[in-house]
Design a protein around this ligand. Structure first.
Ligand SMILES: Nc1ncnc2c1ncn2[C@@H]1O[C@H](COP(=O)(O)OP(=O)(O)OP(=O)(O)O)[C@@H](O)[C@H]1O
Length: 433
């Protein structure tokens, strides 16, 4: 018989002498089941069951988190080793497709393999090796897929520098910026970084231009009406701290919380860049355009927080034969300044590759800025752009020689044999000079 002990006023007390008996649904004296009427009293076994399950789940979560940390560390280690094996300076080469205005050429001057480029012209046959070749038909996605692993190392805490090098009009800006329909590396990288960012990491973006040897802040607020843009750009100067850290004084650094905001700033910076017409490219970049993405640890990008890593995405000004571009006056001076700093960059890359004691960073503003992202522990990707046209063979050879300086461990024989005929830019015999 069931004992129904119901009372509205006071919960009736059960005949329980031992607190451990709470939860028993059977009267120990007569074996008759007890129905509990006090809803505040939860039987012990019912209370312990969920508590145990909760504790088990918490243990499992902790174990999964620690396993995840272990796997992330292993992935980072493996990626780092892989990139190191491949070389901390890697070289990709992209061949620009023929443009509508190009003269169609019957003979193929540039032929490509997956890691080999052959240049053929009258009396010339030269072969170059790079880490990856993108032929004329390669899409923006094809390029980005190969660039992605190096971006992940930026999230993992390495300084990274990706730069597009090549003759004027060979597609550097197309590869880095792209178009609305065919976005390039920078917009894709921004999206990718936000996708992979850890919750305790945050991002800031800066953009600057190295123009005729001086630095211009591309994200600076409009100067007051009585000042010119040029006077605002002169404020930027480079400082090296005693620990070797480098700061660009006065450079705008914007905290961005999602990729759309970052792209808006990037678009603003692009608009401020100096371009002008040359007879090789309608909108030729007359400067080096550098986008800096800084990844901070621990949720805040305010001052004083530890910097995890810096990613530099650089669209270099075009290397050019000044006679061929038809440059005069200011355009000629711009071209000279671009060529000089590219030459300095080539010297730094070559010195790093040969593990020289002295790395000539100080020879140009460009190399001073990139110093911390070119040297030891950094990952560098050079994207060399070449033209498919026979008319550009000399520049193509010069660009590939330049790239070769990043790959060649041994100094090239030509260097010592004919040093008096060497090109100022690639330091080889490239027929340019
Ligand atoms: N792979 C490509 N596919 C289609 N069009 C391309 C490609 N590469 C370049 N172009 C086109 O070629 C023209 C010149 O390219 P771009 O301005 O990117 O050259 P650049 O190397 O940045 O030149 P500069 O050094 O003078 O700034 C542009 O109209 C661009 O859209």
């Amino acid at each position: 018989m069931w004992k129904m002990l119901l009372s509205m006023e006071e919960p009736p007390l059960m005949k329980i002498s031992d607190p451990d008996e709470i939860g028993s649904n059977c009267d120990p004296s007569d074996g008759i089941p007890v129905v509990y009427t006090d809803v505040n009293v939860v039987p012990k076994h019912e209370k312990e069951g969920p508590q145990q399950t909760l504790a088990d789940l918490q243990d499992q979560i902790l174990a999964s988190k620690s396993k995840q940390r272990f796997l992330v560390a292993k992935r980072r280690e493996a990626l780092n080793k892989l990139l190191d094996i491949k070389g901390s300076i890697r070289v990709f080469c992209r061949v620009r497709s023929f443009l509508p205005n190009d003269k169609r050429e019957i003979r193929q001057t540039v032929s490509t393999g997956s890691e080999k480029i052959t240049i053929r012209s009258t009396g010339i046959k030269k072969e170059f090796r790079v880490d990856k070749v993108f032929p004329q038909e390669a899409a923006q996605e094809d390029v980005f897929i190969e660039v992605e692993p190096i971006l992940k190392s930026a999230i993992d805490g390495h300084n990274v520098c990706i730069f597009a090098y090549g003759q004027t009009g060979t597609g550097k800006t197309f590869t880095m910026e792209g178009t609305k329909d065919q976005p390039g590396i920078v917009p894709r990288a921004i999206e990718e970084l936000f996708h992979h960012l850890n919750p305790d990491q945050s991002i800031t973006i800066s953009m600057l231009e190295v123009y005729m040897g001086s630095l211009k802040d591309l994200l600076a607020r409009k100067p007051p009406s009585n000042k010119t843009v040029e006077s605002a750009s002169k404020c930027l100067s480079i400082h090296t701290g005693c620990n070797g850290s480098l700061e660009i004084e006065g450079l705008t650094d914007v905290v961005v919380t999602d990729h759309r905001e970052a792209i808006r700033w990037y678009t603003k910076g692009k608009r401020a860049r100096a371009t002008s017409w040359t007879n090789v490219n309608e909108a030729s970049s007359r400067s080096h355009c550098l986008t800096r993405i800084t990844i901070f640890q621990s949720g805040s990008a305010e001052k004083g927080k530890a910097v995890v890593s810096r990613l530099w995405l650089v669209d270099l000004g075009g290397s050019e034969r000044l006679l061929k571009t038809g440059a005069v006056g200011l355009t000629l001076d711009e071209g000279r300044a671009i060529n000089l700093s590219l030459s300095a960059l080539g010297d730094v890359i070559a010195a790093l590759k040969m593990r020289r004691k002295h790395i000539p960073y100080r020879n140009s503003k460009l190399t001073q800025i990139l110093r911390n992202s070119l040297g030891e522990g950094s990952k560098v990707l050079m994207l060399v752009h070449i033209s498919p046209s026979e008319n550009d063979v000399a520049e193509t050879i010069c660009s590939l020689n330049f790239a070769n300086r990043a790959r060649a461990v041994e100094p090239n024989k030509e260097l010592s044999e004919a040093s008096h005929h060497l090109c100022y830019s690639c330091k080889y015999l490239c027929m340019q000079c």
